[in-house]
Structures are given as C-alpha cells and as structure tokens.
Design a protein around this ligand. Structure first.
Ligand code: B16
Ligand code: MG
Length: 216
C-alpha cells in the first residue's frame, strides 16, 4: 500500500451528524419526518440526490419544480454551513490526527475523497488542510459515490495506482465506490451496515497502521 484516501464526513469529523440535523429540519418543514435509519441511506450521497431521496421517502417527489428543489437544497446547505461554522480542531474524531501523523511519518501519500462541496471549508475549520497531499471534493466530480470517480481522481492526483490505495469510509455508498475503484476498503461504523468493507472498525480509535496492515 502506498496511499490512504479518506472520506471526510463521518471519518475525519462527525459532520455527518450536522448533515443529518439540517436534512431532518428541512424534512420536517416539508412534512417528511425521518429517523437515523433512513439517514444512513443519505450518507456519502450528493446534496441533490439526498434531496431526491428524502422527497421520494415522503411521497413528494413530483411536488416541486427544479427551481424549488434548488431553493430547498440551498436552504439545507445554509443551515448545514451555519452548524459547521462553529467546528474547530476539537471536532476531529479521536485517533484521526495520530493516524494521519503515523501515515505521514511512514511515507504514505494522504488524500481526501469527499462527496461534499464544503470539504475544503470543513477541513480548513478543523485545521487539517496541511495534513492532506490532495483533496478531491464534489465540485470537481461528475458522478457521485457509489461511482468510483472521486476515489480514482484522488489516486491520480497522488500519482498512486488505485490497487495500492486504501480507502476509508463511513458510508455504504462510499465503500461501494472504493471497491469499484479497485481499492482496499476500510469501513468506520456498524459492521452489519458496512458488511461489504474489507475491514470495519466501529470507530476511528481503531485506525492504526498495524491494525490496517495486519488485516490486509
Ligand atoms: P454537501 P462525504 C458527503 O460527504 C456526506 O456524507 C453526505 O451526507 C452529503 O450529502 C454530501 O457529502 C454532500 O455534501 O451538501 O456539503 O455538498 O461523506 O463524502 O465526505
Ligand atoms: Mg462520509
């Protein structure tokens, strides 16, 4: 293995929680309440596709014009940005900084593959921009996860063959994208939900080079 490529939301920081709160508030405004179980199906999914899934979930998929849907997505994003504007390095998930340092010292390339258009902003807020050799976010990607494009672009920017990359993800769609890119998949979360991953750690404290390489 020569490179590690990380998802952002739910892996580096718990912004997945803020996405959930912002979508939930919008859903409630639209009379579409939903729970954490449904929210699992939104993780790693782009903003527009997430909105489509929520509208379908509430049987309201034909109730809004394209412009109205754009307004709804913007409203959610403004709420999300206001929630994450308060995050700091204290919001980096436990074990992540130590793991990033361990990888850097061991000479691995480090990339980010995020479906979020806010990835640079969130990473800057966390004080982690310097820790990544390259960040690919949704702004430069045509096909969202589970399509492999975002992981393949990160590998290309790092000049590493995808088969020599480890992808780290908290979302089912993300694990699928890692495998479709031909990479080794590390899941963070519930092993029953992320059962397609090659290794699953229930949380980020399991992330050490030893733990990953001995199971690889
Ligand atoms: P934005 P990741 C994803 O980021 C989130 O998991 C997903 O819930 C969100 O809808 C998506 O980014 C789009 O985010 O609205 O900020 O562009 O997990 O791939 O880092
Ligand atoms: Mg994620």
């Amino acid at each position: 293995m020569k490179a590690f490529i990380f998802d952002l939301d739910g892996v580096i920081t718990d912004s997945a929680e803020y996405h959930y709160l912002a979508w939930k508030a919008l859903g409630e405004d639209l009379g579409i309440p939903f729970d954490r179980e449904f929210n699992e199906t939104l993780k790693g999914v782009s903003r527009t596709e997430s909105l489509e899934r929520i509208l379908r979930h509430g049987g309201r998929e034909n109730d809004f014009s394209l412009e109205e849907k754009e307004r709804l997505a913007t409203k959610k994003n403004e709420h999300y940005v206001s929630l994450i504007s308060k995050i700091t390095s204290d919001d980096i998930l436990p074990g992540v900084e130590a793991f990033l340092s361990e990888l850097k010292e061991a000479g691995y390339k480090i990339g980010m593959a995020s479906a979020s258009k806010n990835a640079h902003m969130v990473t800057r807020q966390l004080g982690l921009l310097h820790a990544f050799d390259h960040i690919v976010d949704a702004a430069t990607v045509v096909d969202s996860k589970p399509h492999p494009e975002v992981f393949l672009k990160a590998a290309e920017a790092l000049a590493v063959d995808p088969k020599d990359c480890v992808g780290v993800e908290d979302a089912v769609a993300g694990v699928e994208a890692i495998h479709a890119a031909g990479m080794f998949a590390v899941g963070i979360g519930d092993p029953l939900v992320l059962n397609e991953a090659d290794i699953v750690f229930t949380d980020t404290t399991g992330l050490t080079l030893d733990n990953v390489l001995t199971r690889n």
